[in-house]
Design a protein around this ligand. Structure first.
Ligand code: SF4
Ligand code: MG
Length: 336
């Protein structure tokens, strides 16, 4: 079966200028050659510390920002090229839900109007769009008779995020990109919204890209997980395999340092010893070598390759784990 989304070599570097219109002083390599596939009906989780490029990647996937290089194939059609799928069509078939539930809703519009707005912008008559909005509000657990006329400031964070989910579903998307979509919610509300997402996914045959710094939540919701570090994919694999036996030393460190179930610590970014290096000038070779306990000389000399993630494959971009891609480390023991 054809994957819903294929991304090859996606890249986005942001220029940093001296002064407003000054000359380009440097580039932040936010997303630096990322390739992966999302299969129909699956949830791909994306994890990594803040600044690893996951939000930039989400915006690239929606074409809210334009990539410098790389290709994106949506259900067999190249995005934004002649003969492919237009950005407008992509943005109907793929929708995004952000972390900040307030900023994405119009504060001066009753929420039922916010949900109806997208379909109307795409030409649906107002009466139909309103009926659809009421149906979707019901689906996300908000009685339209009670909530439809309310304004965003009259709703709780969890209720607003339900409205945002209804709004994302209003264009009948096939894929929903959730960028820290539950991260701002209280734990109990977060669990309700996660359960709702699972129900909707089954009911509407959706495909999710679920981005979060919360490793526990990602494990719970994802079929496969992709780990990013400084703009690159360092590991990808089935969620169970990746959590049970992480291959990349960065993933191993992330999981080992994962806070316990202590509720006060759960929302912290998982600490890995040392700060992430500056993405303006990432370390040569393996970008993790400045923090990796297993680094050898080859690690700073050559960049390890992830390889091609066929369905179900569990891969890591690491010379030790992947000596076939690499470089003279054959024969040394594989990491535990
Ligand atoms: Fe560590 Fe080398 Fe593997 Fe990078 S390639 S993760 S530095 S062992
Ligand atoms: Mg982010």
């Amino acid at each position: 079966q054809q994957p819903l989304l294929m991304v090859r070599g996606l890249q986005k570097h942001f220029a940093i200028r001296n002064g407003v219109l000054g000359r380009v002083a440097a580039h932040v390599r936010a997303v630096d050659g990322v390739s992966f596939t999302v299969h129909k009906g699956e949830t791909l989780g994306i994890v990594g510390e803040s600044g690893c490029g996951k939000s930039t990647l989400a915006r690239l996937l929606m074409r809210l920002i334009v990539p410098d290089a790389g290709e994106q194939i949506f259900d067999g059609d190249a995005v934004g090229v002649q003969g492919g799928i237009s950005v407008k069509d992509l943005r109907r078939q793929a929708q995004m839900v952000f972390q900040d539930s307030s900023s994405s809703l119009n504060p001066r519009m009753p929420v039922q109007g916010s949900v109806a707005f997208g379909p109307m912008a795409f030409g649906m008559p107002k009466a139909d769009a309103t009926a659809l909005a009421r149906e979707l509000l019901t689906k996300v657990g908000l009685n339209p008779a009670l909530f439809g006329g309310r304004y965003p400031h009259e709703l709780s964070g969890g209720q607003k995020q339900r409205v945002n989910i209804a709004r994302a579903l209003a264009l009948k998307p096939r894929m929903v990109i959730l960028d820290e979509a539950v991260s701002a919610l209280d734990k109990s509300v977060e669990a309700q919204v996660l359960n709702l997402l699972q129900v909707l996914k089954r009911e509407l045959s959706l495909t999710y890209v679920f981005i979060s710094h919360d490793l526990g939540v990602v494990r719970w919701i994802s079929d496969r997980v992709m780990v990013m570090y400084l703009g690159e994919v360092v590991e990808i694999g089935p969620a169970d395999a990746l959590y049970a036996a992480p291959k990349h030393p960065y993933t191993q460190a992330l999981l080992a340092s994962r806070p316990s179930m202590d509720p006060d610590r759960r929302r912290e970014e998982a600490p890995v010893s040392g700060d992430p290096p500056n993405p303006v000038n990432p370390p040569p070779g393996c970008r993790f070598h400045t923090r990796c306990p297993h680094a050898e000389r080859v690690c700073s000399a050559r960049a390890p390759v992830l390889g091609d993630a066929a369905a179900g494959a569990h891969l890591a971009a690491c010379h030790i784990q992947n000596p076939a891609s690499g470089h003279s480390l054959a024969g040394r023991p594989v990491l535990p």
